[in-house]
Design a protein around this ligand. Sequence first.
Ligand code: NA7
Length: 547
Amino acid sequence: MDTATAATATTKVSRRLDFDAIIIGAGVSGLYQLYKLRELGLRVRTFEAASGVGGTWFWNRYPGARFDSESWTYGYAFSKALLDEWDWIEHFSSQPENERYLNYVADKFDLRRDIQLNARVTAAQYREDTRSWEILLEDGSRHTTRFLITAIGILSAATMPSNIPGVASFKGQSCHTHYWPKEGLDFAGKRVGIIGTGATAVQAIQEIAKSAGHLTVFQRTPNWCAPLHNAKISKEEMQGIRARYDEILALCRTTPGCYIHSPDPRATLDATAEERAAFWEKRYATPGFAMWQGNFRDTLTDRKANALASEFVANKIRQRVHDPMVAEKLIPKDHGVGTRRMPLENGYYEVFNQPNVELIDVSETPIERITERGIQTSRQHYAFDIIIYATGFDAISGAFDRIDIRGVNGVRLKQVWANGPQTYLGVFVEGFPNFLMIMGPHAGLGNYTRCAEYSVEWVSGVLQYAKAHGRTRIAATAAGVREWTDHVLALGQGQLMNEVGSWMTGVNRNVEGKQAPRIMRYSGGHPAYREHCGAVAAGGYRLLAME
Ligand code: NA7
């Protein structure tokens, strides 16, 4: 390095920036990232759009919102003290408890002093001259940082039905499930309409149907649901769980989705018809994702196997729903069991036996518009006091698209990903130095906290390395991004899930350009994902350019 270059490099390093790292988001991943970066001695600031911490568990306050992962597998594992002190009260914990937990974590680790709430990041621009990022908040303030870390969640950009006019004209109460009012909604005796039948709607419908005068469910596509089998956890049971935490967390490290459930090693047709029926009965009676994550190993790759498993669940629906016409409407016909994220339910199908609940198949009678008083379909008008939009999210890349993120030469991230995400390990993007994503596209996905904890630790490892080696610029290389993207796309082939439109394949028919399935996540299982990332780190961050 000549003297002039060395001098420039020194200027780049020493120029005073507001922060060493800025984290966007104070949800499950953002809170832990803040904790880790403080451990490294970095000057960190977290910006969070909400008025409280918790991310998903701050926003989604709709009745019935809860984990579908066992609570004791979803909590943070990084702190033995936290594991020792926190008692989960249900096997599948509800939103109020989850929000309380994340607030407890924020307090326990004194995280709040570095978190700015009500601070929505609207834009971020990389500056090559200072090897830094400048971020812009909604209030017009600007902040500079060496590293920018997104912890913005995979399901945080809620979407309204863009194809239905008149939403603003409705005179009653209405809201998207994600933006549920803190004071709640009173359904007692009211006429309620809900649009959507994804995992959110399934949880909400079960609860709303208990008190609503009349509930009308507008379904475009039915989903395959399985029973959650939730239960309270007694003090003694919690003690037993606590004593087994090492074992439980070790188990989660071995399974593809970091759940306690793992696929049966047999192929579906290795078992006789009787063995299959007994196996599925057992899975159906097991709490949590057993029917999805713990099915025969070929359920999500072999069409014939999938059809057999689907038929088993279809028959369950037929048994549980009294009206055969309604039952048939609730049975998916365009995709097989488990090829979309499987909603877990607690009496969802029985709700449709209630006299105050009606199912409208929107594919038969499309919604034409929202009116002042309700919903107009091609067949009739339905009057409502309350309309709920359970219409989902622009998942995985949507939260990135909503921030004007610009890398080297002002290139926009949204543009780079216009034909699908391209990343290195789901963490880095070429042309966006010092920009690191927690749970970015093409990263391993599953039990959220288990996966996010790994991502945070891996990202913290890179930053620790950069600090130790005096590196101020970390960038993905073209070769790295090509290698990872090719690998992820190749792994995704032959997976039935990747052929079906759902948030997991980046499909949201309410968002322009997101109509067709794409490979959005790493399909090789989380253990393999960790192996790749671990090898990159062990090899001195292969295919990353660090200066
Ligand atoms: P999902 O699973 O994406 O479900 C959204 C639902 O809303 C789904 O049933 C959609 O039907 C329906 N929808 C969306 N837009 C419309 C319009 N315009 N008209 C009619 N119906 C519509 O989101 P969730 O919030 O339920 O769950 C997301 C994840 O959050 C969940 O899996 C958990 O992991 C947490 P479609 O299927 O597109 O025909």
